[in-house]
Design a protein around this ligand. Structure first.
Ligand code: G4P
Length: 508
């Protein structure tokens, strides 16, 4: 493919995630975005919450039962000449590891805020992750059709809470049940759902507020946005479909294009001619009729074509991409070609793992996909001792998928699983029973903390030998030290100052 063509394909990719506190309206906004992009046809607006969630991922019983979104997936749609890849992040904080990994695969994030509640705990946490990677953020103040905080106060709150410049991009016209649309501050256009006379009190109020806006609030600045220092703020109501196209138009006009990505050797530019891709997510059972396993790859550079042979850098092996797939709201399609920024699913049987790099032959590994030290450690108790072998295989597979982290104690005692939140344990238990027919329970362990240990080979070997009963191997065979308390962990680290005890492991 001609390079100019490659560059123009890449420049129309927009790969983003929505971050928000539960209930701020992420699901509703996602639906509206997909609909604006023509990706889904919905019968009507008002449907039960459970129903809506089912359409998104009806393959996972636990999610259905609890009415929470557990799983990260991707939705591709087209709007305004751009190809959007919207990566979904689980709303519940127990699945934050999944969310963090997903955020390594996006170029921007839309932060949805409830107009009455402002910045909430989880929004703040997710924002911090985005900031670590300087991901540009667009703010969407949702639920303006209800009683809301004053827009000036909201702008101030965002700016204070996040230490971020806020520049209004639109301004709300009318408030609460009289909210009818937005005024686009740059295009100087009124976008309303019902025609308004100039004499309408809402238009008069708008005129007065705009004077204040111009006098008091920062102006839009593209460089600051690209650097992650300024967020443009949009007002709207996902439910009433107000302000949704403002947001999409913003992403089309200045949404970040696929960014350069760091590797262990060099920085990979998105428009390089050769293809590279990063696996950031593994998902099983997407189709209840087939027990398949899908690796989600973000194409980081060049063009991926169906059938191409790629190098799997971790194993050094070559394999052909026979059936890469795009995901839409409801269905999937073979991806004949994909470009930097796109996210494709690659069906596989355990070859691909989170953090893996695919190239056209080059020996490089993308960095930055994290594993977090788990905050909860449990020993797995098998109901039926005859199923030990099956359990071993199942735990291996589910850990590769990122459902839990798996630690195999070096003293040969039963495996320990580590999680960030307890819902992950519920998912593990349900999936072991449902997919593998293995019943398990959990037992407490003497350990409450895990840290990866790294350092000089000989010293490390010595440390492992003298602490064998507190040592385990993770999925990759890397040594992990388990401590009974924070005090013990600190003491051990102090007594072994030449070694590093780390709580975040970069994979890849
Ligand atoms: P989430 O994914 O961030 O958790 O939020 P979700 O979209 O599920 O929205 C949470 C609740 O807020 C839902 O109400 C939804 O209808 C409502 N909502 C979303 N956007 C708006 C908006 O712009 N205006 C108003 N007024 N409400 C909005 P629910 O009662 O929990 O569910 P449902 O029965 O309405 O589906």
């Amino acid at each position: 493919m001609a390079l100019s063509n490659l560059a123009s394909e890449i420049s129309r990719r927009r790969t983003f995630a929505i971050i928000s506190h539960p209930d701020a309206g992420k699901t509703t906004l996602t639906e509206r975005l997909l609909r604006a992009g023509g990706a889904i046809q919905l019968a009507g607006n008002v449907r039960a919450k459970g129903e809506r969630r089912r359409t998104r991922s009806d393959w996972m019983g636990i999610e259905r039962d609890r009415g929470i979104s557990v799983v990260t997936s991707v939705m591709t749609f087209e709007y305004g000449g751009c190809i959007f890849n919207l990566l979904d992040t689980p709303g519940h904080e127990d699945f934050s590891e999944d969310t963090y990994r997903t955020l390594t695969a996006v170029d921007s994030a839309v932060m949805v805020i409830d107009a009455a509640k402002g910045i909430e705990a989880r929004t703040l946490k997710l924002f911090e992750i985005c900031r670590l990677r300087d991901i540009p953020i667009i703010t969407f103040v949702n639920k303006m059709d209800r009683e809301a905080q004053d827009p000036f106060a909201l702008m101030e709150e965002v700016s204070q809470a996040l230490a971020l410049d806020t520049a209004p991009a639109t301004w709300p016209i009318g408030r609460a049940s009289n909210f009818v649309g937005t005024y686009d501050l740059r295009a100087r256009e009124v976008h309303v759902s019902v025609p308004l006379e100039q004499s309408d009190p809402r238009m008069i109020a708008l005129g007065e507020e705009l004077e204040l806006v111009q006098a008091a609030l920062p102006e839009w600045n593209r460089e600051s946005f690209d650097a992650g220092h300024l967020t443009p703020v949009y007002f709207g109501s996902a439910m009433r479909e107000i302000g949704v196209t403002d947001l999409l138009d913003a992403l089309v006009s200045f949404g970040p294009q696929p960014r350069a990505q760091a590797t262990d050797g060099r920085v990979v530019q998105a428009d390089e001619p050769t293809m590279t891709a990063l696996i950031f997510k593994i998902q099983a059972n997407m189709d209840p009729n087939h027990r398949d396993r899908m690796a989600f790859a973000r194409v980081c550079s060049g063009q991926l074509t169906r059938g191409m042979r790629v190098k799997h850098v971790r194993s050094g092996k070559q394999f052909a991409l026979h059936t890469p797939q795009f995901f839409f709201a409801r269905d999937r399609q073979l991806a004949e070609e994909a470009y930097a920024g796109d996210v494709v699913g690659i069906p596989n049987h355990g070859t691909l793992r989170i953090g893996d790099t695919l190239t056209e032959g080059e020996e490089l590994r993308f960095t930055g996909v994290p594993h977090f030290a788990p905050e909860i450690l449990r020993r797995v108790r098998l109901d039926d001792a005859m199923k030990a072998k099956k359990l071993r295989q199942a735990l291996q597979e589910l850990a590769e998928e990122g459902v839990v982290q798996l630690f195999r104690p070096q003293d040969g005692s039963p495996p320990i699983v580590g999680v960030v939140g307890t819902l992950q344990l519920d998912v593990l238990q349900a999936r072991l029973a449902g997919e593998y027919g293995v019943g398990i329970g959990f037992e407490s362990t003497p350990f409450s903390l895990a840290r990866w240990v790294d350092g000089d080979k000989l010293r490390l070997a010595n440390f492992v030998a003298t602490n064998r009963t507190a040592m385990a191997d993770d999925l990759d065979g890397d040594p992990v030290f388990l401590a009974s308390s924070a005090f013990m962990m600190r003491r051990t680290a102090e007594m072994n100052a030449e070694l590093r005890f780390v709580d975040i492991k970069q994979i890849g």
